[in-house]
Write a protein that binds this ligand. Structure first.
Ligand SMILES: C[S@@+](CC[C@H](N)C(=O)[O-])C[C@H]1O[C@@H](n2cnc3c(N)ncnc32)[C@H](O)[C@@H]1O
Length: 282
């Protein structure tokens, strides 16, 4: 049953009346049964009140988390519970898959849903896939559930994310398909996965171009497909991404034979966009 819930702007009238400041968030995101807001530091003194308002008005929500920022290699949030249950572990259900995670410690980008669904429709059953930045299984789990490839090697460096990745593999009953590996993909690939993959997923957006060389090591000699995500300046994002792939391929004595798909996934910041390129490499 759908519940009619007031918008955050409507809720905030209880605090500000009609004069709601323009820089206060207009919405919150929902992860399972947890609401996530980003309250600017200048309104820090109101965070408990805002959290209580959301909790009071939205029956779907068990606790409210304020995220100050996302930082570091592990893309970890700096977060705190501002209202409700202090337990921040929840389960997101998407595309018939269950993703358990701690929203105060890990990232799950709701804006990438289109990509997760798209990939879960294009992988073939005889393929070996390497997911270089597996997180809690955002790509590996739906691909395993819907495409049942021969094998997915899911590499994750952060032990907290890895713990949830392993749990999610069992929750979604895909332990026959996904082989999780805790480690740095740059070290794991040359050690264990050289020339094994038909398809590589590079779902990371912090200088992902620096990992292209490792991706190319994982690819079979006959070639395969790389799903390359990265952030670039919005003016020439797609061109820059393609040029990075081309250069890396040439460095590895390979060739970019075809750009199968290119898309701006989302805006990432002022003049910055997150792009994805599906590249066929020989
Ligand atoms: C932002 S998450 C994205 C998860 C998923 N690929 C997606 O696109 O939704 C990126 C993940 O990559 C992991 N990571 C970062 N550097 C890594 C590396 N060198 N090797 C393996 N995992 C890495 C981080 O810990 C994080 O869990």
């Amino acid at each position: 049953m759908r519940v009619k819930v007031k918008s955050l702007r409507e809720m905030l009238k209880e605090i500000f009346g009609e004069d709601i400041p323009a820089d206060i968030p207009r919405k919150y995101k929902i992860y399972g049964d947890i609401a996530v807001v980003k309250i600017p530091s200048k309104y820090r003194h109101l965070k408990k009140e805002i959290g209580d308002l959301i909790l009071k008005n939205d029956p779907r929500i068990r606790s409210v988390v304020n995220i100050e920022k996302i930082h570091g290699t592990f893309r970890e949030p700096i977060a705190e519970v501002i209202a409700g249950d202090p337990n921040t572990v929840t389960t997101i259900i998407e595309n018939s898959c269950r993703f358990k995670l701690d929203v105060a410690k890990l990232m799950f980008c709701l804006g990438n849903q289109h990509e997760r669904v798209r990939l879960a429709n294009i992988v073939f059953s005889d393929e070996v896939v390497v997911d270089m930045f597996a997180g809690v299984g955002q790509f590996s789990i739906p691909i395993a559930v819907h495409c049942k490839p021969e094998r997915i090697f899911a590499i994750e460096i952060n032990p907290t994310a890895f713990r949830f990745l392993v749990e999610n593999i069992f929750i979604n009953h895909v332990e026959e398909v996904i082989f999780p590996i805790l480690g740095n993909c740059r070290e794991v690939i040359p050690a264990f996965l050289k020339g094994r993959a038909d398809r590589i997923i590079m779902g990371f957006i912090e200088y992902t171009n620096r990992y292209l060389d490792a991706a190319l090591v994982a690819l079979r000699d006959k070639g395969g497909i790389i799903h390359f995500h990265n952030v670039y300046n919005s003016e020439d994002a797609i061109e820059m991404a393609i040029s990075d792939i081309k250069d890396a391929a040439e460095r590895s004595r390979r060739r970019l034979v075809k750009v199968i798909h290119k898309r701006i996934v989302k805006e990432y910041g002022p003049k910055l966009v997150h792009v994805v390129i599906d590249a066929k490499i020989k």
